[in-house]
Design a protein around this ligand. Structure first.
Ligand SMILES: [Cu+2]
Length: 351
């Protein structure tokens, strides 16, 4: 499964692809998925396009639109949720269920591996429509052709008997904005965090995936003000593909070692935990530029992120959206980090 993208020297910024092939036309159950980036014919024998050859899967968001789809967190923002626009989606008719940065995280919808007796999966329906929002970076001076790939493991047909469906919860330091936050510091350690989210459905927590930019140390996912679900730590340059060996261009300095995976919020790590109404969820991204170099643009730390997607197991059948009305645009700014005139960073007043 692939989508052809023309990469030019520089950035392909939030490219919407609304014609994404699904793994099945009718019903099937996704067990696992992972995004990737590949060259059409391989470069130096390698098919994978990664930082060692100057190609970066900066960010991708996987949307699913359909009659039973709605996005639990973006629901509170309604039409004020910007990322849904480029792909002609809306939080009341579609949901963000998968995301990846260059670390190419695996989402495991069925971690228990009990054979076919019981399990959980993201159950696709015939009416579902896939779309991607893709951001790629090419650090080479010449154009490159790469394919963004999506690899699925799935069971054909309807959700097996005694299985549960999954729902993804998207927490973000700049929820419903670009997800990109201006780094509040140029050096040392600091944190960025989202506003609080009150669950509007209930289920069992399966696992969570975190996303930070280089310089990031860990993602702390909190269920309530005094209880952390788990912390997921960044791993850097575990394989040579994640090491940049190119030369810097002026004041643009790319880090040598890049995030290659995140560890710490698997099903085994989180244990039996429930997502419940009355909790107040939050994601915090902890950064330390003294421990890990960030990427400089024009001599300054480039934009950073703190995202967590929490996978929840729910009973099969359509999960109804909450009966409340969509919030007015002003309330939709809740939790947004605002850059003040003096260069400092403050949480939005609507928080
Ligand atoms: Cu990112």
């Amino acid at each position: 499964m692939s989508t052809k993208i023309m990469g030019h020297a520089g950035m392909l910024w939030n490219y919407p692809d609304t014609k994404v092939e699904k793994p099945c036309d009718g019903e099937c159950t996704l067990l696992q998925q992972q995004a990737g980036l590949e060259y059409p014919n391989g470069t130096n024998g390698a098919l994978e396009a990664n930082i060692d050859s100057g190609m970066w899967l900066h960010h991708m968001v996987h949307f699913n639109q359909g009659p039973t789809r709605w996005d639990p967190v973006a629901w509170d923002y309604g039409m004020a949720c910007i990322p849904f626009y480029p792909t002609m989606n809306s939080p009341t008719k579609s949901e963000r269920f998968y995301t990846a940065g260059n670390e190419r995280s695996v989402f495991n919808y069925n971690p228990r591996d009990n054979g076919l007796q019981s399990g959980s999966g993201y159950a696709l329906k015939k009416e579902d429509r896939f779309s991607f929002l893709v951001e790629l970076m090419n650090m080479n001076m010449e154009d490159k052709i790469v394919y963004m790939t999506m690899t699925y493991e799935y069971l054909p047909g309807a959700l097996p008997k005694n299985w549960y469906e999954t729902k993804s919860v998207w927490l973000d330091a700049f929820q419903c904005g670009t997800s990109e936050v201006k780094s509040p510091q140029q050096n040392g350690s600091f944190s960025i965090r989202s506003g609080r989210w009150s669950p509007n459905f209930e289920g069992k927590v399966i696992s969570a995936m975190g996303h930070l930019h280089d310089g990031g140390v860990e993602v702390d996912i909190q269920m309530t003000a005094d209880k952390s679900l788990c912390k997921t730590q960044t791993q850097y340059a575990e394989t040579p593909e994640y090491i940049w060996r190119g030369t810097d261009m002026g004041t643009d300095k790319v880090a040598t070692k890049h995030i290659s995976s995140m560890k710490g919020c698997t099903n085994a790590d989180v244990g039996p935990v429930e997502l419940k109404k009355g909790q107040s969820w939050m994601v915090q991204g902890n950064y330390d530029f003294a421990q890990h170099d960030g990427n400089l643009e024009g001599g300054k730390q480039s934009e950073i992120m703190a995202i967590a997607v929490v996978l929840i197991q729910v009973s099969p059948g359509p999960l109804l959206p909450p009966g409340k009305t969509v919030a007015a645009p002003k309330a939709a700014m809740t939790g947004r980090w605002m850059l003040e005139e003096d260069g400092s960073y403050k949480r939005s007043v609507y928080d």
